[in-house]
Design a protein around this ligand. Structure first.
Ligand SMILES: Nc1ncnc2c1ncn2[C@@H]1O[C@H](COP(=O)(O)OP(=O)(O)O)[C@@H](O)[C@H]1O
Ligand SMILES: [Mg+2]
Length: 234
């Protein structure tokens, strides 16, 4: 569904991605793993059009999207959940969710706010609460829920587990897995938390200093002790 060929992204003199080749198959979770500074966020920003690739080609469903704007990407069915859980803190949970319905794609998961509340019941319980009163886990659920309301076919998730208790991470990752199974959603999940990410991913891609150093099934990567110690931190 998504293919990167030879993608290089720079910030002035800093090359954050070097010649990255990557494939994310439809209906699968592809985890992109790597330490802080590996280039994970740059990868997602380059895919979703927030940052321009300096070299290479990005295809979504066979279409060259390398130079597409973020709005056009959303309409094409790609929804990016940036790191940092950006919610509009002065609005209620429900109002934040409604924002997700703006600029929907033409095809995709066609979810309603009620469907999102079924997935994340706490968002229903706290529907009238101002978003600034939410816990970190609730905020993460809200940003994922909001992204789903844009009816994506593909979801880009940037470190959803950061700073959350293991129990909450398990819960959120379980729901992401369930979405993939039930809706056929395609997910590119960027994580430093390699162990948790590999537990729900089908495929893993390991980034180190902006280069892909391994790309294989999640089972093969998890079983590779040398790789785990060298790059995955466990
Ligand atoms: N806006 C920026 N300006 C300059 N350098 C940046 C910027 N954003 C990221 N970088 C650099 O690009 C590299 C990759 O960063 P990033 O994509 O944020 O990695 P990760 O998400 O894996 O932690 C790092 O060396 C980082 O310092
Ligand atoms: Mg990052």
């Amino acid at each position: 569904m998504l293919e990167l060929v030879g993608v290089t992204s720079r910030y002035g003199p800093v090359t954050a991605l070097h010649d990255v080749d990557l494939v994310a198959e439809a209906g699968r979770i592809t985890a992109v793993l790597g330490a802080n500074g590996a280039g994970k966020t740059t990868l997602l920003r380059t895919i979703s059009g927030l940052h321009r690739a300096d070299k290479g080609t990005i295809r979504f469903d066979g279409r060259d999207i390398t130079r597409l704007s973020t709005d056009a990407m959303t309409r094409a069915g790609m929804s990016h959940v940036p790191e940092g859980r950006g919610v509009i803190t002065e609005l209620t949970v429900r109002e934040n969710l409604r924002l997700g319905q703006l600029g929907r794609s033409r095809s995709g998961t066609a979810m309603s706010i009620d469907d999102v509340v079924d997935l994340f019941p706490v968002l229903g319980d706290r529907s009238a609460a101002l978003a600034h009163t939410l816990s970190g886990g609730e905020r993460q659920m809200l940003v994922i829920g909001r992204a789903l309301l844009a009816t994506p076919r593909m979801l880009l998730l940037d470190e959803p587990s950061l700073g959350l208790a293991p129990r909450i991470v398990t819960q959120i990752f379980g729901i992401v897995r369930q979405l993939v199974e039930s809706q056929g959603l395609t997910v590119l999940l960027v994580e430093q938390n390699a162990r948790s990410a590999l537990s729900i991913a089908d495929v893993g891609v390991v980034l180190n200093l902006g280069r892909v150093v391994a790309q294989d099934s999640a089972a093969v990567l998890s079983a590779d002790e040398g790789l785990r110690h060298a790059y995955l931190g466990y």
